[in-house]
Design a protein around this ligand. Structure first.
Ligand SMILES: Nc1ncnc2c1ncn2[C@@H]1O[C@H](COP(=O)(O)OP(=O)(O)OP(=O)(O)O)[C@@H](O)[C@H]1O
Length: 680
């Protein structure tokens, strides 16, 4: 340490003033008095340093008296309390460092150790040899007491050594050599000054000289140590403040935010995230994100710098059941090339509920296993869907409402692209004026009131995965043209944007309309139809697979009993009869909700006819769509009655028209209780 100090030019300059001879010191005193008493400035004198002369002048112009008692400069307790508070962090780190060093310095040594703040207030004093300096809280700034090493050091931002008379105030002159070393804060501003007044004889023993040099070295190194500790503490403090600001800011964000490190371990989770997952942060922190959100190659891609951002569809298993979410993944960059981790924003899309699965979601949950049914028609449809799942052919699913078209779409997607986004769009339910922004997204600032950062469209979201266009038959003609262009070009232009974004996705469309007929009626574009219908899969209605009605009903009853934690219900045989007769226009969706309802209202664990929905209970064969067909016996009776009326009850004529023998006609009429005249 000593050698470092001794070679520094700052230190050499400092030391040169220490060796001034008594007559030189007298000369300095004379100059100072002339300035104070006669306002005479020391001219071109190498003995009087410029900064000292300027400080003397300022002190004199302020009217400061060299004999001012330091006691007069004691701050009021309330003022000093405030100063201490302002310097809390500094004192917190500096005091233990100074105290520790003082263990090596004798209490009887003639050295005072003072710490002043940047404004010249004495914050702490150790081993005070000057009685007036015993109490901290004295204002010893230049404005208060005139020129001194510590105030010059604070003003110049460098170590300063003053010798005897250079110090303005007589009390502070007592140590004949004063060395002050500034302590800088993290922003390189002077935070404090560490000062030691030394008593220097003109002649020294070798030991005294060695001690003197050691002490100066200690003073410098103590100041450096305080500086380092202060930087660390303020860094810690600012980090803590920032964390608490971040915490409060993030608590206002409804989406869940997770910070993960480069290994994928969660280091932070916002309140929104805790609520979403139903776990508190102590349990979550340190766990790998994939344990909670599932594994996604896109997240690793961002962590390894292979992709800059990612939007991933995910189903989060939270407290309130499954939630369909989009995970927006952004890297946490230390600098351009250094990725410290990633931020995952979990945006909940819409809660999926078992009774209303008709949603516009971003992830597929169903697989082929979920498509129930043993009927050859459904088995054939499943086999075809399974076969083409790994191809990139576009698929058109045709079937009545509730037959399971979306179930098929999800199963096809999950078979081949389970980790990729599955983006469902209901072409019938998007308001006309929002369709383009929904599909293609928009750039920030495009719309007033919209998300100012812009929004990614669903087509872009489906990139790498599947775009499911539900109810495609309801898509307006003008939009069909736009959709066709996207399917052909495989690129999108966000509204308000100026560059095309390449996209690659598989299309599965579904409809319950006769789209081919619409093509002929020119209400559906022919080119789009052929683009979508590369592979057509017809999903049979429940009536076409009536052998599946009872097994499906049994499955839904079990499923609901399980969900409600009830023993499996018994079913009155009349219920089985009724549900096989009913036509189920709403298909499986309707059957499913009828069974769910029945489980909910069944008394004593038995489902009766009265537990079925009214439209099912009130259904009879004659109210069926086959009602226009009448039993033969009825048709025969009607025909006989009509002919009898036509022939004016002439049995002979009627029997001829009807091709019946007279006796047969007679028997029939008797059976109908027809009022027969005696025809014989
Ligand atoms: N084969 C099946 N096995 C089990 N559940 C099924 C089956 N088919 C459909 N479902 C269930 O029926 C409901 C309706 O299915 P889905 O939404 O897929 O029908 P959809 O044909 O797409 O209807 P829409 O035409 O109204 O859009 C869902 O709850 C689904 O899980």
């Amino acid at each position: 340490m000593n050698s470092v100090l001794e070679t520094s030019s700052e230190f050499q300059e400092l030391m040169s003033f220490m060796h001034l001879q008594p007559q030189q010191l007298d000369e300095i005193t004379k100059y100072k008095e002339r300035l104070i008493n006669f306002n005479e400035l020391p001219q071109d004198n190498t003995l009087i340093r410029k900064e000292i002369a300027s400080s003397w002048l300022r002190s004199q112009q302020r009217g400061i008296l060299p004999k001012t008692s330091l006691r007069e400069k004691l701050l009021k307790p309330s003022q000093f309390k405030k100063v201490l508070k302002d310097n809390q962090l500094l004192l917190h780190v500096a005091e233990p460092i100074i105290t520790q060093g003082l263990r090596f310095i004798s209490k009887n040594s003639p050295y005072t150790f003072g710490l002043t703040d940047r404004n010249g207030i004495l914050l702490s004093v150790h081993n005070p040899c000057v009685a007036q300096l015993k109490t901290p809280g004295i204002d010893i700034s230049e404005e208060a007491v005139g020129t001194a090493a510590h105030s010059l050091s604070a003003a110049l931002g460098k170590p300063v050594c003053t010798v005897g008379p250079e110090t303005y105030n007589y009390v502070l002159q007592k140590g004949n050599v004063v060395i002050s070393v500034p302590i800088h804060d993290a922003k390189d501003n002077v935070a404090a000054v560490f000062t030691i007044p030394y008593y220097r004889k003109y002649k020294h023993t070798k030991e005294e000289e060695a001690l003197f040099t050691w002490l100066i070295a200690w003073q410098f190194s103590t100041a450096r140590k305080i500086e380092e500790a202060l930087a660390q503490a303020s860094h810690k403090f600012h980090t803590a403040v920032q964390c608490s600001i971040l915490d409060s800011a993030l608590s206002m964000v409804n989406d869940g935010l997770l910070f993960i490190d480069h290994r994928g371990e969660i280091s932070y989770i916002s309140q929104g995230g805790e609520q979403l997952l139903g776990l508190n942060s102590d349990i979550i922190k340190g766990r790998h994100y994939s344990e909670l959100l599932g594994h996604f190659s896109q997240v690793s891609g961002v962590l390894h710098g292979k992709i800059s951002t990612a939007n991933v569809a995910a189903t989060i298993n939270g407290v309130n059941g499954n939630k369909q979410c989009v995970l927006k993944v952004e890297p946490l960059l230390i600098d351009q090339n250094d990725i410290a981790g990633a931020i995952i924003r979990v945006c909940s899309i819409k809660q999926t509920s078992i009774t209303n699965e008709k949603t516009e979601g971003f992830s597929a949950v169903h697989t082929f296993k979920d498509i129930l049914g043993e009927n050859p028609k459904i088995i054939k449809a499943k086999q075809l869907a399974n076969k083409i799942a790994y191809s990139d052919l576009s698929v058109l699913l045709i079937g009545d409402t509730g037959t399971g078209k979306e179930l098929f779409a999800q199963a096809i997607h999950n078979e081949a692209l389970p980790e990729k986004p599955f983006v469902a769009i209901n072409c019938a339910s998007i308001p006309q004026n929002l369709i383009e922004s929904e599909l293609f997204g928009y750039e920030g600032g495009t719309f007033t009131g919209a998300d100012k950062n812009g929004r990614i469209g669903k087509v872009e979201m489906a990139n790498g995965g599947t775009l499911f266009l539900d109810e495609i038959g309801d898509m307006p003609l003008d939009l069909q043209a736009v959709l066709l262009r996207v399917l052909e070009d495989k690129r999108v232009l966000r509204i308000g944007g100026n560059k095309y974004i390449p996209v690659n996705f598989r299309v599965i469309a579904a409809t319950n309309k006769r789209v081919y007929e619409m093509v002929q009626q020119r209400t559906f574009r022919e080119d789009l139809y052929y683009r979508l219908a590369t592979c057509k899969i017809e999903i049979p209605s429940l009536q076409q697979r009536s052998t599946d009605i009872i097994p499906l009903a049994q499955f839904f009853i079990k499923q609901q009993c399980f969900r409600l934690k009830l023993p499996i219900c018994d079913v009155d045989p009349a219920v089985w009869r009724k549900i096989t007769q009913y036509e189920w226009p709403g298909n499986i969706r309707q059957l499913k909700s009828a069974m769910f309802l029945a489980v909910n209202i069944a008394q004593n664990g038995v489902i009766q006819l009265c537990d079925l929905p009214d439209e099912v209970v009130g259904f009879s064969d004659s109210s069926s769509k086959y009602g226009r067909f009448k039993p033969l016996s009825e048709l025969e009776k009607n025909a006989i009655m009509d002919v009898m009326a036509y022939t004016d009850n002439d049995l002979i004529k009627a029997s001829k028209i009807l091709g019946l023998s007279r006796s047969t006609l007679y028997r029939r009429l008797r059976a109908y209780n027809f009022p027969l005249k005696d025809t014989n």
